[in-house]
Design a protein around this ligand. Structure first.
Ligand code: PLP
Length: 430
């Protein structure tokens, strides 16, 4: 097994030396084996530049933001708002449309709870009000973070949840799109890239259809923003949600992007300090967005770290990041496809597909595959990946999932394929 990238597959690949930027990837596991990290879909490792940015913030500038008149408060606020501007540029947005949350889950819940709070708000919030007879459309490939909040919103408002099904090869079944998205539809919520199947969905097409009937569009971009160039305006959505920790940034920070005019009309979700204008004992007015949606003390160091992650990814170039993953993905599909008994769950080609590769191995439970791989130093995820309806759709209990990112190499894919063959020998199914 080589430790360097095969130069004949070099076009568009990021250098194997990139791993050196990531302190954690230098460690060994399980009796001194080199670490092969193939679980970036769950959370990505962090480059030193991100760790340094967080540390530098705490060592030099730490203070509460947007309050206080002292120098540190000024520096901390500049660092926080500077990171907001960097993150906005990263996704083609303006800073006022970037709302910081804890993660993508909270960003999606923010929209769902703001929509229920519209029942008590003024006429400007009419667009967000739901009731019996209204419909929300999701898909069967959603992460629970983009399914359960909408189920709950339906329970709170009396609206009905409907969904796109899946084709046998792991794509969205769009055959009934015109019937599903109709004059009763008030919101379409869908993933941009499935964390299990890798499928990239036709968001632009679905958003155009949704807007034609006056519905809002919320996109779960937790698995796309880290892996491909995403321009929020080109995507055509009204809201997009993503998490810092999946894009080389810290945990504890996520982003909700929303169209400015919608954020301005949307009532708040969490209330308290930092989001108010005038507070009297009997009533309160709220600040404009994004502050209206950022109650309490924010995760300042984490936001600064996410800004550094965006700088790091921009330096690599998101086109190259995507091309790199596509080459690794093609190789992974080829290597796993050669192994008898391995069944891919998701599209079998790289077209409109990202680097989450889920599979089953005949005769071996995914958890056992994961355990054998772990003993070899290959870290993958096993289970239902917080998207249980996908497993139900394909009649499987769980999958083993390898997910690729900037620091992975062809050698990592070799280690995965060799490990799966090893598991088959170990369990006597080869
Ligand atoms: N959406 C997708 C597609 C995901 O893969 C994940 C996390 O795995 C989430 C949403 C939720 O992200 P977080 O747990 O950071 O909120």
């Amino acid at each position: 097994m080589t430790e360097t990238v095969d130069s004949t597959r070099g076009a568009g690949l990021l250098p194997a030396e990139l791993k050196k930027d990531f302190p954690l990837l230098q460690r060994t596991v399980r009796g001194g084996r080199p670490l092969v990290y193939l679980d970036s879909g769950a959370t990505a490792q962090k480059p030193a530049a991100v760790l340094d940015a967080e540390r530098e913030f705490y060592e030099r500038h730490n203070a509460a933001v947007h309050r206080g008149a002292h120098l540190l408060a000024e520096e901390a606020t500049d660092a926080f708002e500077g990171a907001r501007a960097t993150i906005a540029t990263f996704v083609g947005a303006v800073p006022g449309e970037i709302v910081f949350t804890k993660n993508a889950t909270e960003a999606l819940n923010l929209v769902a709870y703001s929509m229920s709070n519209a029942a008590m708000a003024g006429p400007e919030a009419a667009r967000f009000r739901l009731g019996p007879g209204d419909e929300i459309v999701v898909t069967e490939m959603e992460h629970h973070a983009n399914l359960v909040p909408w189920q709950q919103l339906c329970l709170r408002t009396g609206a009905t949840l409907r969904w796109f099904g899946l084709t046998d090869d792991g794509r969205l079944d769009l055959s009934n799109a015109d019937e599903l998205i109709n004059e009763r539809t008030r919101l379409v919520a869908l993933t941009h890239q499935s964390n299990v199947l890798g499928t990239v969905t036709p968001v632009e097409e679905i958003a155009a259809r949704a807007h034609a009937v006056g519905a809002l569009v919320a996109v779960d971009a937790a698995q796309s923003v880290p892996h491909m160039p995403v321009d929020v305006t080109a995507l055509g959505a009204d809201f997009i949600a993503f998490s810092g920790h999946k894009m080389l940034g810290p945990t504890g920070v996520g982003v909700l992007w929303g169209r400015r005019e919608l954020l301005e009309a949307m009532p708040p979700f969490i209330t308290g300090g930092s989001m108010i204008e005038v507070v009297r004992m009997d009533a309160t007015t709220f600040l404009p967005p994004p502050q209206r949606f950022e109650a309490g003390s924010p995760n300042v160091a984490q936001v600064v770290g996410l800004g550094a992650a965006c700088d790091y990814l921009s330096e690599l170039g998101m086109d190259r990041v995507h091309a790199h993953e596509e080459i690794l993905l093609g190789y992974a599909l080829e290597r796993l496809g050669e192994i008898p008994g391995v069944r891919l769950v998701g599209p079998g080609t790289v077209e409109s597909r990202g680097g989450a590769v889920s599979f089953t191995v005949d005769g071996i439970h995914p958890h056992d595959v994961g355990q054998v791989l772990d003993e070899l130093g290959v870290e993958v995820r096993v289970g239902q990946h917080c998207a249980a309806p996908i497993c139900r759709r394909y009649g499987i209990p769980a999958t083993t999932r390898a997910s690729l990112y900037v620091y992975n190499t062809l050698a990592d894919v070799d280690a995965l394929a060799d490990g799966v063959r090893h598991a088959q020998k170990f369990f006597g199914t080869a």
